[in-house]
Write a protein that binds this ligand. Structure first.
Ligand code: NAD
Length: 533
């Protein structure tokens, strides 16, 4: 089989392909037409971000079975078209884990012992030892926000420095944390008790701006703050103020809300208690080799027809099964999204029950769609039809599929039940007119709404003027209501309201809504599907 490598990647991956009997051509700097002219003869294509794999390129790629992206982002590849043509797209999401972990360690050491400042001073002809007295790590507390691939490795390394490691991650189990030697705490406890705070979450709706003025104010005096995750997780301007006041003793930052960080937007200029690097987390020789080898392995697995854990799109499904199940894909993914937002605490089990015709067909891929919906909002990596089951397994989430002949309540319905360490919630969904996704039950409440866009879900005491009070607050905040539905009560005295709104709702408005007398809970859910996959 023939593979084209169209961007500069480490030769280690190319050698691996050749050693395994593949014929490999390296042709870099091809423009779109150049690629179209030659792609027809290749079974596999390996790119970095320079090559754009467009619809036209895919049209011309008559033999292409797999596209490998040596790196993480796949925005240079037309995933939708690739998926439609059954071309598997693979990437290399974990190859820079160690690089980012070690850079974090370097940053922690740098701010602890003032290495760059002391270097600059000495190079400027000074010999000043007192100014650069550091502190020791042993005995201090490292607070880790996001205990995933990188966060867990930071824990291991900081434990070797004899630090106490505590973590805040609402999506990992106590069991996993225990294995890692990380004491799980809530965010406020982490902020108030850590000597060092390091961030390792993905950038999501929840984590965007997660550490700002209020959170910094809750930190211990003399805390040190490190961010090698994503720039928008931390408000660097609030951090700069706290560094100036001395509340924060030191900071090390690799990632910024806007990159490159130009002098006009850099709040740290002239400050000597901060170490900043230009997004160097993944910049090691080994990480570059790693992406090349990992992507070569993914491409080889795809060409052999083996499962590819790093595939970012879905594998083809037999047509007869596809015809029955394809109208349900959106509904299932949206039910997964609703499920994860409805529940609190680390997920332990996701069960999906099918009734009616669905109970008679192969539904594995629909269950996978639920996992995709439930896992994407909380993880950095792209969770898709190919890797969702594996991601769930690695996070110790049990997945159950139940086929039930009993369709006494709803015909052709799906029930998704999510069990966390704290609670269980379930929702029932079905298709209206065989096409339009509808949620028809949430726990004991009968409802009827379309799960899309921004949705407010509010269980409340059944009493007059609940709708009026909510509409007034939303109206005053200029938030347009697209639709509103009050459920049918099945529990005496309680009901649920589902309100579709035009835009995201700011936190202060959510607080006002939650404080209405009789509102038992109020969740804002962004129900849109994960981009393009
Ligand atoms: P991961 O998906 O393995 O881990 C992320 C963890 O964050 C998960 O355990 C998840 O449960 C947790 N999390 C999600 N939402 C949370 C929330 N609201 N509060 C607390 N925890 C939450 O990701 P990873 O591979 O460890 O990467 C972590 C971060 O590092 C990502 O943002 C990634 O983009 C970044 N990164 C940066 C560089 C760099 O060059 N600086 C290199 C690699 C990775």
């Amino acid at each position: 089989m023939k593979i084209l490598v169209s961007d500069d990647v480490s030769m280690k991956g190319v050698e691996l392909l050749k050693d395994n009997g593949y014929e490999v051509d390296v042709k870099t700097n091809l423009d779109e037409q150049g690629l179209i002219d030659c792609i027809g003869e290749y079974d596999g294509l390996i790119t970095r971000s320079m090559t754009h794999v467009t619809e036209k390129v895919i049209d011309a790629a008559k033999n292409l079975k797999v596209v490998g992206r040596a790196g993480v982002g796949v925005d240079s590849i037309d995933l939708k078209t690739a998926t439609q043509r059954g071309i598997i797209v693979v990437n290399a999401p974990t190859s820079n884990t160690i690089a980012a972990t070690e850079h974090t360690c370097a940053m922690i050491m740098a701010i602890t012992r003032h290495v760059p400042q002391a270097y600059n001073s000495l190079m400027a002809g000074e010999w000043d030892r007192e100014k650069f007295t550091g502190i020791q790590l042993k005995g201090k507390t490292m607070g880790i926000i996001g205990v995933g691939r990188i966060g867990s490795r930071i824990a291991k390394r900081m434990q070797a420095m004899e630090m106490r490691t505590i973590g805040y991650d609402p999506y990992i189990s106590e069991e996993r944390a225990k294995q890692l030697g990380v004491e799980l705490v809530d965010l406020d406890t982490l902020l108030a008790t850590s000597d060092y705070i390091t961030m390792h979450t993905p950038l999501t709706k929840e984590t965007k701006g997660m550490i700002g003025t209020d959170e910094i104010a809750k930190m211990k005096d003399g805390v040190r703050v490190i961010n090698v995750s994503r720039g928008a997780v931390l408000d660097i301007y609030a951090l700069a103020d706290a560094l100036k006041s001395g509340h924060v003793a030191g900071a090390a930052i690799d990632v910024f809300p806007q990159e490159p960080l130009t002098p006009d937007i850099n709040p740290f200029i002239g400050m000597d208690n901060v170490v900043i690097t230009p997004h160097l987390g993944a910049s090691t020789v080994e990480a570059q080799i790693g992406v090349s080898v990992d992507v070569a392995e993914g491409v080889m697995a795809a060409l052999k027809g083996e499962p590819v854990p790093t595939a970012v799109n879905m594998a083809p499904i037999p047509k007869n099964i596809y015809n029955v199940i394809h109208p349900y894909f959106d509904l299932m993914e949206r039910m997964g999204i609703l499920g994860v937002y409805l529940t609190e605490g680390p997920m332990k089990e996701i069960s999906v029950e099918y009734t009616g015709d669905l109970a008679k067909t192969e539904t594995g891929i629909l269950t996978t769609a639920v996992l995709k919906g439930a896992l994407n909002p909380i993880l950095q990596e792209s969770v898709n039809f190919v890797n969702a089951a594996q991601v769930a397994k690695s996070r110790h989430i049990a997945v159950k599929e139940i086929k039930s002949a009993d369709s006494s309540n709803f015909l052709d319905a799906v029930t998704v039940r999510i069990t966390t360490s704290k609670e269980v919630h379930f929702l029932v969904g079905m298709l209206f007119n065989k096409t339009e996704p509808k949620i028809v039950q949430i726990d004991e409440y009968r409802v009827d709404f379309t799960p899309e866009g921004y949705l407010l879900l509010a269980p409340h005491v059944d009493q007059p003027n609940m709708i009026g009070q909510i509409s007034t607050i939303l109206g005053q905040a200029h938030i347009n209501i697209r639709g509103m539905q009050v459920g049918r009560m099945t529990r005496q005295g309680h009901n649920i309201m589902a309100i579709a709104v035009e835009n995201d709702i700011p936190n202060d408005i959510m607080l006002k809504l939650r404080s209405i007398d009789g509102i038992l809970d109020m969740k804002l859910i962004h129900c849109d599907l994960h981009a393009g996959l």
